[in-house]
Design a protein around this ligand. Structure first.
Ligand code: NAD
Ligand code: TYD
Length: 360
C-alpha cells in the first residue's frame, strides 16, 4: 500500500480518487483537515476498504512512525502543505510549521522505518515530495522557462517554505540514501479546487454576482495544468522516476491572469448566462499582492524525455470541464463557503454506533 499525506485537499483528493480508479493498491490517507482539507471530496470512497483515512498532523513524528509500522507502505507521497500564497503573507507561521517542520518530521519517521526494511523493500521504497514551480521565483517576459537546474529564488513565505522542504528532501537522498523523488509543478486547476484560489474564486464570485478581483494589472503569467494531468505525472514519477531526481511538471500553457478571467467569463456567459450583460462586467482591479511573482513557466521536457509523460488536456478542454464541474457542484462550493464541510466528520461519524472489533 501507499501512504498519502494531505489527501483531503485539492490535488491530494484528486490523486487518491484517480489512484483507486486505476489500481486496487490501498491508500492510507493522513490529513490534518485544516480549513483546506475536505472529507466531502472523498465521499465516493466512504465505504471503500481500499481507503483508510487518518486524521492527523505530519508534524507528529510518533503518529507517522506508528502508521508506518502498522501499514508498512512501499511509498510515501507528501501532498500535505499550507498552499495559499496570500495566506502566507498574512500569517507565515503555519507555513513554516507544516511545510518545513512537517516535512522534516515525515522524513525522520521515514528514515527510521526505511532503515529497518529488508534489502529488496529498501531498494523499492520511494518518498515522493510534491512541490511547486514557485520555488524558482519569478521570470521576466523574455526569460527561458524554469528547468530542474534553475537556481531556487523563492519570493513568498509559501514558496520559501516549500523550497526549504525540497532542500531537506534532497539532503535525505544525498546524506542517507533515502530513495526520494521531487516534482515541481506549475499552477493546477480542476475539480475540488478551494475557492480562495484564482480560478474557483472567479467562478464562485461570478455566479454569486460578486466582483471578480484582479490583482494589479492582471498581466501576471501562470502556466496552468489540469489536475488529473498532474496526478498522472506523479504516478509516472513514482513508477519510473530515478531516486534523487527532481522533475518539473507543467502544462505548456502560459496565460495572463486577466485572459484566464476573461475566458472563464466567456464560458460562463455561454453555459450560465446572466439575465443581462456579461460576467466580464463584474471584473475589478484591486491592489496588487506584495512580492507578486510576475511570470512562471515550466520546461517539462525532462519528464517527457525520460518518463514519457505529457499533459492530455489543453487549457481549452480543461477549463471547460472545470467550469462544468463547478456548475454541477454548487452545493460543494456553498458548503465550503459556509464552513459546513468542516462539520462533515460530525455528520459522518456521530450517528454511527461504534462497536469493538469482534474478539477484542
Ligand atoms: P490544499 O491546500 O488544497 O491541500 C492541502 C492539504 O494538506 C489539506 O487537505 C490539508 O488539510 C492538509 N494539511 C495541511 N497541513 C497539514 C499537516 N500539518 N498535516 C497533515 N495534513 C495537512 O493544497 P493543494 O493545492 O492540494 O496542494 C497539494 C500540494 O501540491 C502542496 O504541497 C502544494 O505545495 C503542491 N502544489 C500545489 C499546486 C497548486 O496549484 N495547487 C501546484 C504545485 C504544487
Ligand atoms: P493563486 O490561485 O493564488 O495561485 P498562485 O499565487 O500560487 O499562483 O493565484 C493565481 C494568480 O492569480 C496569481 O498571479 C494571483 C492572481 N490572483 C488575482 O489576481 N486575484 C485573486 O483574487 C487571486 C486569489 C489571485
Amino acid at each position: 500500500m501507499i501512504l498519502v499525506t494531505g489527501g483531503a485537499g485539492f490535488i491530494g483528493s484528486n490523486f487518491v480518487l484517480g489512484w483507486l480508479a486505476q489500481s486496487d493498491e490501498p491508500v492510507i490517507n493522513l490529513d490534518k483537515l485544516t480549513y483546506a482539507g475536505n472529507l466531502g471530496n472523498l465521499q465516493a470512497l466512504a465505504d471503500d476498504p481500499r481507503h483508510v483515512f487518518v486524521k492527523g498532523d505530519i508534524c507528529d513524528e510518533k503518529l507517522v512512525a506508528g502508521l508506518l509500522a502498522q501499514y508498512k507502505p512501499r511509498a510515501i507521497l507528501n501532498f500535505a502543505a499550507e498552499s495559499h500564497v496570500d495566506r502566507s503573507i498574512h500569517g507565515p507561521r503555519d507555513f513554516v510549521i507544516t511545510n518545513v517542520n512537517g516535512t522534516f518530521a515525515l522524513l525522520e519517521a521515514t528514515r527510521a522505518y526505511w532503515a529497518d526494511l529488508a534489502d529488496a523493500d529498501k531498494a523499492a521504497f520511494r518518498f515522493l515530495h510534491v512541490s511547486t514551480d514557485e520555488v524558482y521565483g519569478t521570470l521576466g517576459a523574455e526569460d527561458a522557462p524554469f528547468t530542474e537546474t534553475t537556481a531556487y529564488a523563492p519570493n513568498s513565505p509559501y514558496s520559501a517554505s516549500k523550497a526549504a522542504s525540497d532542500h531537506l528532501v534532497r539532503a535525505y537522498y544525498h546524506t542517507y540514501g533515502l530513495p526520494t523523488l521531487t516534482t515541481n509543478c506549475s499552477n493546477n486547476y480542476g475539480p475540488y479546487h478551494f475557492p480562495e484560489k484564482l480560478i474557483p474564486l472567479i467562478i464562485a464570485n461570478a455566479r454569486q454576482g460578486k466582483p471578480l478581483p484582479i490583482y494589479g494589472d492582471g498581466q501576471q503569467v501562470r502556466d496552468w495544468l489540469y489536475v488529473s494531468d498532474h496526478c498522472a505525472a506523479i504516478r509516472r514519477v513514482l513508477e519510473a522516476g530515478r531516486p534523487g531526481e527532481t522533475y518539473n511538471v507543467g502544462g505548456w500553457n502560459e496565460m495572463a491572469n486577466l485572459d484566464v478571467v476573461r475566458i472563464l467569463c466567456g464560458i460562463l456567459d455561454e453555459l450560465a448566462p446572466k439575465a443581462a450583460g456579461s460576467y466580464v462586467d463584474q471584473i475589478v482591479h484591486v491592489a496588487d499582492r506584495p512580492g507578486h511573482d510576475r511570470r512562471y513557466a515550466i520546461d517539462a521536457r525532462k519528464i517527457e524525455r525520460e518518463l514519457g509523460w505529457k499533459p492530455v488536456e489543453t487549457f481549452e478542454t480543461g477549463i471547460r470541464k472545470t467550469v462544468e464541474w463547478y456548475l454541477e457542484h454548487d452545493a460543494w462550493v456553498r458548503d465550503v463557503q459556509s464552513g459546513d464541510y468542516l462539520r462533515w466528520l460530525d455528520t459522518n461519524y456521530s450517528n454511527r454506533d461504534s462497536q469493538p472489533e469482534p474478539g477484542q
